[in-house]
Design a protein around this ligand. Structure first.
Ligand SMILES: NC(=O)c1ccc[n+]([C@@H]2O[C@H](COP(=O)([O-])OP(=O)(O)OC[C@H]3O[C@@H](n4cnc5c(N)ncnc54)[C@H](OP(=O)(O)O)[C@@H]3O)[C@@H](O)[C@H]2O)c1
Length: 205
């Protein structure tokens, strides 16, 4: 039995829209924001229905659980939006240095992408998830006759990771814990062994 939440979604592109759609379909309230303001999202929230509201980025950052679906290089702009301490942040980003087709990789030194993201959101309980999947597969029904689409999760806070895994399971994915932001994050990030891998998990028994 799931608890309906208010979920913030920062970024209203392909991934943010897919997440928002999943959330409202499962009865959650969604506050979705981008950098250009709520008026640019009116058509989107009309499509999503009454459980979705277009808001400023500051308001989308307020809920206790926030999906972060902005370009990686925009993450430093999010620090000032709210007091992040204690919030669960689902980091769906991939470490591209710029928008467009030849984007290069943003250099974060020895850190994993999600460790770097967490460093910009002081005190947030960051869980890396969904970034390994292509947006159309995040948007589609993850339940297939052959099994459920695997949604890897990595994070350093066990309770936050369990909450995110529960939500992803509710959405129909098969959440799979890969450990912390360092070891799991490295497998999941751009060029990691699991980047772009779409696996189906069949529950037997
Ligand atoms: N596309 C995929 O297949 C895919 C799959 C998995 C993960 N990812 C990753 O997930 C993230 C989102 O991907 P996407 O494809 O959805 O990107 P996208 O279509 O380019 O959308 C990005 C969204 O972020 C918003 N944004 C940019 N800067 C912002 C800021 N400072 N504050 C608030 N909102 C801001 C943009 O709004 P404005 O236009 O108003 O700036 C836009 O709504 C990226 O990090 C990407 O690498 C993508």
């Amino acid at each position: 039995m799931s608890t309906h939440r208010t979920i913030g979604v920062l970024g209203a592109g392909e991934v943010g829209q897919a997440v928002a759609d999943k959330a409202v379909r499962h009865g959650h309230e969604v506050l979705i924001g981008n950098s250009r303001g709520p008026r640019t999202l009116e058509a989107l929230v009309d499509r999503l229905g009454p459980k979705a509201r277009a808001v400023t980025a500051e308001e989308a950052a307020k809920p206790e659980l926030v999906f972060l679906s902005v370009p990686f290089f925009a993450v430093p702009e999010l620090t000032r939006l709210t007091t992040w301490s204690g919030k669960i942040v689902v980091d769906t980003t991939n470490q591209f240095a710029a928008a467009g087709p030849y984007r290069g990789r943003y250099d974060v030194g020895d850190l994993t992408g999600s460790e770097w993201v967490a460093g910009h959101l002081p005190g947030a309980r960051v869980v890396k998830a969904l970034n390994t999947l292509y947006a159309p597969f995040i948007a589609a029904d993850p339940r297939h006759a052959e099994g459920r689409l695997v949604a890897f999760c990595a994070g350093d806070d066990a309770d936050a990771k369990a909450a995110v895994a529960g939500l992803l399971d509710e959405f129909g994915f098969a959440a799979l814990d890969l450990g912390g932001l360092r070891e799991g994050g490295r497998l999941m990030q751009l060029d990691g062994a699991l980047s772009g891998k779409h696996l189906l998990l069949q529950d037997v028994g």
